[in-house]
Design a protein around this ligand. Structure first.
Ligand code: FES
Ligand code: FES
Length: 166
């Protein structure tokens, strides 16, 4: 097996690197590109900590072969603020980032990047959120610290902020 030259679009920048065919997107983001915001919780699709957007859709980077995303736009938690700012130039942070801090939804923070990427996609896709929508989207995202209530509260708060800002 040999390495291949791979070109990825990550957070709006083109990145070129050598990668093994078996490398996952999670490995490349963290170990090659140094984007350690995306967490490695289980490396087996069970915890949600590695969630990134692939063409805007939340996906588990630990289950994604890097070769399958060469023609896609990848957004990690490091790019979420910029993604938001492109659409709302006066704000450097996505409302969900602020809401997580203000609601106490960040404790050890290990689950937070994956939660943020899942929640931001939900806020983008669903205009009027119910708690059921939130709980369904968070299924598959494990948090050992918060008991989830603060996370749900943060998403509710961000939904209100988004409606107010529009
Ligand atoms: S690290 Fe990918 S789901 Fe846990
Ligand atoms: S804040 Fe620690 S795992 Fe969620």
């Amino acid at each position: 097996m040999s390495q291949n030259l791979v070109e990825l679009s990550v957070n709006g920048s083109i990145q070129v690197m050598w990668a093994w065919e078996s490398d996952t997107l999670l490995h490349v983001l963290r170990e090659v590109l140094g984007l350690t915001g995306t967490k490695n919780g289980c490396e087996a699709g069970h915890c949600g900590a590695c969630t990134v957007w692939i063409d805007g859709i939340p996906r588990l980077a630990c289950l994604t072969p890097v070769g399958s995303v060469v023609n896609s736009e990848i957004t990690t938690v490091e790019g979420l603020g910029s993604w938001w700012q492109e659409r709302h130039p006066s704000s450097h942070y996505h409302p969900i980032q602020r809401a997580f801090v203000e609601s106490g939804a960040v404790q050890c923070g290990f689950c937070t990047p994956g939660m943020l990427m899942a929640a931001a996609a939900l806020l983008r896709d669903v205009k009027f959120l119910t708690d059921q929508d939130i709980l369904e989207r968070l299924a598959g995202h494990l948090c050992r610290c918060t008991g989830y209530e603060q996370i749900v509260q943060a998403i509710r708060q961000a939904a209100l902020t988004e409606v107010t800002e529009q």
